[in-house]
Design a protein around this ligand. Structure first.
Ligand code: MTE
Ligand code: HPA
Ligand code: MOS
Length: 744
């Protein structure tokens, strides 16, 4: 049941917006007369009609729901139209007449930085003494690396459906990762207390971070409609509206300087990150922070200075996207290493391997590594027989002229926890009904990542109950309050642990009751496959009987538990602490083949060793790995977001924005889960898997780059992703094109 599958109540109206045609300007006049008189229109709503605050900024209050005096990006909603049908609403929106005086448009984060257009003050992570360290370096290189944005392209576009309820309250079905964020935002815009807004989510057709914060606006617009017309209002964006009006992964432009000693140990690293935040903060400050956390990827570097600038431009506010700024930080250190290797004349993996972080080493932010980075790397080398792969690539390249192969290693390291410590909490509400069936409600949102399967596993495992007897409820703010969004790969850890706690408390009570019945002590009682065991001997007492006995004794069969990740902390004044419950590691080897006439390419294989702790749902986790890898490769290769200098999105449809399809999926994706006994804070020690695999995709850029260099050793393709076929073609033949032609 997705948003569009919800049967509509009689009297439902539809919303559409008139959104800004230019990226930056002053609204001189707004004429809604013609729109108001358009067929089927019930109400036209502008900023002045907002009863509460015209403000949807979550971290920084810098984003209006409806533009009042200025517009800050192409696609910024200005007027909301409510009409009898979707078509009437969209037709009427076209009839709004706005005179907007154009102002200077910034699309480049470096220009924004130069003009001091920053969302928040810059942040710097430091460790060691970089200035001193340069003196000890044998090799020092500097350069620039750029990574582009990425469209989320969830299959289900953004949308909401708001229904007026009794006592002036509103029920909102929203396609959101953050039901509480939607509730808070709607309450703020309407000036209602939060208890008058209920937000319900059954599942999403994908979120990928795009609905962590950016589902809010559409829900608030529907709620605003309900407030004014007292009828249900639905808004479901068309694909091109969604692409035009919502933010994406943040593009980054970065400058780095890297220093190595004679043994190829990286001893100093300096980096400046220019994040293209778009026109408002949205989640950019948190994304920026994660870029800093992951600026050294899986490597130990003793002297680091990393500074990040969140730059305000006139693009739609960019937002969370799988990896949350981490991949952007990792792309830069990987570029720096590739550059160093190229200049020194060694394989990049020689430098990568020598610098992997080891247990006890400290990340620049002070947390010590409990590391399986080396183990994953070594295991990958071993089980995938890297010497053989290298040989095959070399042989292929020596025998073929117009096709070349390239391989690359990519180790990953990703911190698990919301970087904002307070967000690491969750609750679960578990009911056992008198027939022995169980209902579990948490704040977790199912978006395709398999969270419902995992929560179901937790409850059925603790109760030793058939999964068919457990039901996972749709997510709702009136069942579970004050939830963090389903994000940061932490949903299963947080909500799974809360579920575990609630189930364990219930189990304790049931055992107590069983002990009374069987005239023994609770420690002697266990429940297995729906039977009660006393002293490990099966009794006649079933789960169902025990539940009924407990109920008859007037003992509660419901439990609400709260989990807060222990041990984590972060001191913002020092930029040091222990922000993550644990890290996830892994290593991938990617092999690509390029067609040197056409610039097109294929991925022969992605071979992965992935640190999983102790696998709880191997098929779900494999799905996350495969999906993440393909999405990461898409970001690094074919997905090219193009805004023109006026801030207008040119790659605004699926004809101009290419995402991986079944033909571009690597021919082989092998994933070996590295299991170990190390203690960790994951639910059943099964480590978070949602985001980390995307970062294996970074290897795609470097595999392609190496293939280009196999064709043309003099080529120095710039570190600018995505590596589209056009770019491959241009860099293949850049300098010695005449010679190449001669040989052909
Ligand atoms: N997988 C699917 N199929 N659909 C999604 O939207 N989102 C990703 C990842 N995997 C996503 C997905 C992102 S951005 C995150 S943070 C995690 O799932 C969130 O879920 P988790 O915390 O349960 O891993
Ligand atoms: N990841 C994802 N979403 C977030 C985070 C994070 O670390 N912090 C705040 N929102
Ligand atoms: Mo994921 S980017 O944390 O929603």
């Amino acid at each position: 049941m997705y948003l569009d599958d919800i049967p509509l109540q009689r009297g439902t109206l539809f919303a559409a917006v008139y959104d800004s045609p230019i990226a930056h300007g002053k609204i001189i006049s707004l004429d809604i007369n013609e729109a108001s008189q358009s067929p089927g229109v019930i109400k036209v709503i502008a900023a002045k009609d907002i009863p509460g605050e015209n403000q949807i900024g979550g971290i920084v209050p810098d984003e209006e729901l409806l533009a009042h005096e200025h517009v800050h990006f192409c696609g910024m909603p200005i007027v909301l139209v409510i009409a009898e049908t979707e078509e009437f609403a969209r037709e009427a929106a076209k009839k709004v007449k706005a005179v907007i005086e154009p102002l200077h448009v910034i699309t480049d984060p470096r220009e924004a930085k130069a003009k001091n257009e920053l969302i928040i003050p810059p942040r710097t992570f430091r460790c060691g003494d970089v200035a001193q360290a340069w003196k000890e370096c044998q090799h020092v290189f500097s350069g620039r690396a750029d990574s582009n944005g990425q469209e989320h392209l969830y299959i289900e576009t953004q949308g909401a459906y708001a229904i007026p309820m009794e006592n002036n309250s509103i029920r909102i079905f929203s396609s959101t990762q953050g039901p509480t964020a939607v509730q808070r935002c709607c309450a703020r815009v309407l000036g209602y207390p939060m208890h008058r807004i209920e937000v319900d989510v059954t599942r999403l057709g994908g979120g990928f971070g795009g609905k962590e914060d950016q589902a809010n606006a559409w829900a608030a617009l529907c709620a605003l409609g309900v407030h004014h017309v007292k009828r249900p209002v639905k808004f479901s964006l068309h694909r091109m509206e969604d692409m035009r009006m919502t933010g994406k992964r943040h593009p980054y432009s970065s400058d780095y300087k890297i220093g190595l000693d004679k043994n190829l140990k990286i001893i100093a690293y300096e980096v400046d990150f220019y994040q293209n935040a778009g026109a408002a903060a949205d989640l950019s400050p948190a994304v920026l922070e994660r870029t800093l956390f992951h600026c050294t990827n899986s490597y130990f570097i003793p002297n680091v200075r990393a500074t990040a600038y969140s730059c305000r431009t006139h693009l739609p506010p960019n937002t969370a996207f799988r990896g949350f700024g981490g991949p952007q930080g990792m792309f830069v250190i990987e570029s720096a290493i590739a550059k160093a290797a190229e200049e020194i004349g060694v394989h990049p993996d020689e430098i990568q391997k020598k610098n992997l972080i080891q247990t006890g080493d400290k990340f620049p932010y002070g947390q010590s590594a409990v590391s399986d980075a080396v183990e994953c790397w070594n295991e990958a080398e071993k089980i995938y027989d890297v010497r053989k792969i290298r040989k095959e690539v070399e042989t292929f390249n020596s025998k073929n002229f117009l096709f070349k192969k390239g391989m690359a290693f990519i180790p990953i390291c990703f911190g698990i926890s919301f970087t904002k410590t307070l967000m690491n909490q969750a609750r679960a509400l578990v009911h056992i009904y008198t027939d022995g069936s169980v209902s579990v409600a948490t704040g977790a949102v199912e978006m395709g990542q398999g969270i419902n399967t995992k929560i179901l596993q937790v409850a059925s495992k603790i109760f030793s109950l058939s999964p068919a007897k457990v039901r996972i409820q749709p997510t709702s703010t009136d069942k579970i309050a004050n939830t963090s969004p389903s994000a940061a790969s932490s949903t299963a850890d947080l909500n799974g642990k809360a579920t575990m706690m609630a189930c364990e408390k219930l189990l304790e009570r049931l055992k107590q009751r069983a002990a009374e019945e069987l005239k023994t002590t609770p420690e002697k009682i266990s429940i297995k496959d729906e039977f009660v065991y006393s002293n490990d001997e099966k009794t006649k007492l079933t789960w169902k009987d025990l539940v009924m006995l407990t109920y008859v004794s007037r003992i509660s069969l419901s439990e609400h538990a709260h989990y807060a990740t222990p041990e984590i902390n972060f001191d913002l004044t020092k930029e040091k602490g222990h922000p993550f419950a644990y890290h996830v590691y892994g290593t991938a080897i990617l092999i690509a083949t390029i067609d040197c006439l056409r610039g097109t390419y294929e991925f022969d294989a992605v071979k992965v060793v992935h640190d999983i702790g102790s696998g709880m749902s191997p098929m779900v986790d494999l799905g996350q790995c495969e999906g993440g890898i393909v999405q990461g490769i898409g970001w690094m290769t074919m997905e090219e977001i193009v805004y023109d200098k006026d801030g207008r999105l040119r790659s605004n449809a699926l004809s101009t924005y290419k995402v991986p399809d079944v033909y571009s999926v690597p021919k082989e994706i092998s994933v070996k889960f590295l299991e170990n006994d190390n203690n960790n804070l994951a639910v059943f020690r099964s480590k978070a898997v949602g985001e980390p695999p995307l970062m294996y995709g970074i290897g795609a850029f470097f595999a392609l780059r190496n293939a280009i260099k196999a064709f043309n050793p003099a080529a120095r393709p710039v570190f600018s992703s995505p590596m589209t076929p056009e770019k491959v073609l241009m860099s293949l033949h850049k300098k010695p094109v005449a010679e190449v032609q001669k040989t052909i």
